[in-house]
Design a protein around this ligand. Structure first.
Ligand code: NIG
Ligand code: FE
Length: 403
């Protein structure tokens, strides 16, 4: 039996972000996308969880239910394409020390590994659900989640299964750091990850990720793990160029990665490589905020024609925010993205980073994942930082959050 149809009307500003309607006139090669204008007086209808009709409100078809949003703006639900939610404990003291001068280093991850190994499945799952709920309350309807705080076959497998069940995409990050017990025999741990650990996890992994960084994995180690993923037909993404310049972005492009994430330290060659590829540059400005680091050069990436996404990187170490609106505000204020570019990167950009064509926009046929803002325009997401502007959230045509 088909579900009840829904008509959404009374919309003050509809932001469809239709990937087919982006204005490429300034760039015939089609890489530099400017956002379609938001529409007024527009309504849309939802059937079976999908956008079934969009048009002038006066022409709206009859529907089983009508949602009048009373002049509020509507946007596609955010696609948070980078998060680490399967963990226990927090690192608030590490954050406090950082704010008084201790630099961030990859080594802090081991603190969370110890707490995560000591937690049971019920605790880990509850933590993921809590954070996914927190994200939903801030307008996020699609969530990617990585492992990487287990670092044994058993602990990575249980983390990946929880991520797969509770989130929309699950990424295997057995190569997050080298765990303490392998400190003197790194090569053995790399062999474990690319062999038995990946064998155990492959069935549940939508992606394989490596933290390619000083203090984590170098180029040769990263290649071994990416090759193992490729051999099993699993798509890859990389943590790249977060703490300093390095080979990560270049490798991501070479391996056809879905995304190169962080991109904090890029040179012109990295920017050119990204611009000439389908690899999405996923920027995580909450990390720069929370580690007091320089922000990535989003302008150069966008101006060169690279595909750009914004995500939270929600994790207990480098950035413990679950808020896409906060990341949009940072992208606009600190990375000189226009509010429209930031909205696109937080919706369509994230969808591209996850290989999804059905979310991140509200064009005909898309999944009816949308947020109603307590504001007349999406501009308020950056204009009113820190203010809870989410009125209600709908996922697959069903109300998931209402405030
Ligand atoms: O994306 N860079 C690697 N992983 C996380 C940090 C994890 C942690 O500090 O616990 C990140 O920043
Ligand atoms: Fe991360």
């Amino acid at each position: 039996m088909s579900r009840k149809s829904l008509l959404v009307t009374g919309i003050g500003e509809l932001n469809v972000n239709d990937p087919q309607a982006v204005d490429n006139s300034a760039d015939p090669a089609g890489r530099r996308e400017s956002r379609p204008e938001p529409a007024n007086n527009t309504a849309f209808a939802v059937e079976d969880g999908k956008i079934a009709w969009i048009g002038l409100a006066v022409d709206a078809p009859a529907a089983d239910e009508v949602l009048d949003v009373a002049g509020r703006a509507v946007i596609p639900g955010f696609v948070d394409s980078h998060a680490h939610l399967v963990f226990a404990g927090d690192r608030a003291a590490e954050f406090a020390a950082r704010m008084t001068g201790t630099p961030y280093s990859a080594g802090g991850i081991r603190t969370t590994v110890a707490a995560t190994r000591a937690a049971d499945d019920v605790q880990l799952r509850a933590n993921v659900r809590r954070l996914v709920h927190e994200m939903a309350a801030q307008g996020t309807t699609t969530v990617e989640c990585k492992t990487g705080y287990g670092l044994t076959i058993e602990d990575e497998l249980r983390a990946l299964k929880i991520a797969k069940e509770e989130c929309d995409a699950a990424t295997f990050l057995g190569a997050h750091v080298v765990p303490a017990e392998y400190a003197d025999r790194r090569a053995d741990y790399v062999d474990l990850v690319r062999g038995p650990m990946l064998d155990a996890c492959a069935e549940f992994a939508d992606y394989v990720d490596v933290f390619c960084e000083r203090g984590a994995y170098d180029e040769a180690e990263t290649r071994l793990i990416l090759d193992a993923a490729k051999a099993r037909g699993i798509p890859v993404r990389l943590h790249a160029n977060q703490l300093g310049p390095g080979p990560g972005v270049r490798l991501a492009v070479e391996y056809g990665a879905a995304s190169a994430d962080h991109c904090t330290y890029l040179d012109n060659k990295d920017i050119e490589a990204l611009a000439g590829s389908e690899t999405v540059a996923t920027l995580l400005p909450g990390v720069e905020f929370s580690t007091r680091s320089p922000y990535p050069d989003a302008r150069s990436l966008l101006d060169a024609g690279a595909r750009v996404a914004i995500a939270t990187d929600c994790n207990p170490g480098s950035c413990y925010t679950s808020s896409m609106p906060f990341c949009i505000a940072l992208a606009v204020r600190e990375m000189r993205m226009s509010p429209g570019e930031a909205l696109m990167a937080a919706t369509l950009g994230g969808a591209r980073a996850l290989g999804r064509t059905d979310v991140g926009h509200l064009a005909l046929g898309a999944r009816a994942d949308f947020a109603v803002l307590d504001a007349p325009s999406y501009l308020h997401l950056a204009y009113r930082p820190g203010v809870p502007l989410i009125h209600s959230v709908w996922k697959n045509g069903r109300k998931s959050v209402s405030t």
